[in-house]
Write a protein that binds this ligand. Sequence first.
Ligand SMILES: [Fe+2]
Length: 437
Amino acid sequence: MSLPARFSDLKREIAAAYPDFEERATRAWIEIIEQLKEVTADISNHGVDYIPQVNYSDLETLSKEDIDKIKRRGCVVIRDIVNDTEAKDWKTSLEDYITANPGLDGYPANNPIFYEIFWTKAQLQARSHPNILSTTLWLTNLYHIKGESVEGMDLSNPLSYADRFRIRRPGPQHTNILPPHVDGPTIERWEDPALREYFSEILSGNWHLHDPYEMGGRIKARNSHYERPNQASIFRSFQGWLALSETGPTEGTIQFFPSVALANAYIILRPFFRPLPSADATSIMDAKNWEFDISSPDFPGIHPLDGGYIGPRPTPALHPHLRLETTMTSVPKMRPGDAVFWHCDVIHAVEEEHKGQGDSAVIFIPAVPQTPYNQAYVEKQRETFLSGRRPPDMPQGKCAEFPEGKREDHYVGFGTLDDISLAGRKAMGFPVGVVQG
Ligand SMILES: [Fe+2]
């Protein structure tokens, strides 16, 4: 479906805002396509080994080379953040919750993989585990901020975002649940002035100077202009999940396009170019078969949904130079207590089929810096926990039976304040008295 006509005005507005836009963007486009040839070959040749892996206990002593690699690739597996027994106990606790409360909402509705449940004991304990909080803090501190600090901002204080859990059984996946996509802002990447600032080096043609770890523009951004349910409104420096069971490649695990700055450069400039009508599947790979064009309102990979937009969802047809068929790289085998994290701009997907034997269970836990917007969000989120409702960013399940939205607090095994560590309470925005116990 096409985007509204006003989005061609948006392209014209961007083109007018940057000096010599056509010339500079075209030069950048050619360079990016050239660079992608090299990087995509490197990714495909290395496969699983391209995803950096480190031990939790080594986080504070990693070399600059290791850290640079993690930043460049935009993703990392961190081993043994919590011990196996604790992680396995959380899986058992989630399974007991599902058994004790038949008919929980989830997706797909008839046999859920993702549960619309946010406040189980296991989730509260995992999110507030001191090692999880110190890991997310470490990840956030891979970022930096240019110039003066912003009032209300504290990068030494991790916040807690309530997200779902997933238990996936072996077998094929309901089609197309999670094809390659980027989380968070969709059309806002171009529409929001602060996000344009974040991407300004790309838009001005200096794409190689784009730093996805400079959070100045990011913290001022309005990530969700249309308030579409399921679109995170906060700034998560990294999204991630903690494994509660073993899962490896071909077992329905997550995949990445592990080159964050380059993917950003390509995705952000893609809407300003189109292939020549004469280009075929082979010649489309050559930059000279593309031309600058801002007449169309379309932003390839961005699609209307539920009153807002979804995407970027790059595809081999729309974004051929990413060579997604061979570059979407599965994470290596994960064991209970390991976690994987990916920068908020990283293209990721979930393998369509789970060919393994056992359930693959994970709790989603992002890294959330304390910024003024994020702090206000976690305080609203805290109130939803206290009243047993779903977090503000999540679909509320409003219907005739539940006009205010669905609640969780009548379920057997609903978590309480006692399941949240003191540090976790602070991360949830509880006042000092509650934090001190
Ligand atoms: Fe995602």
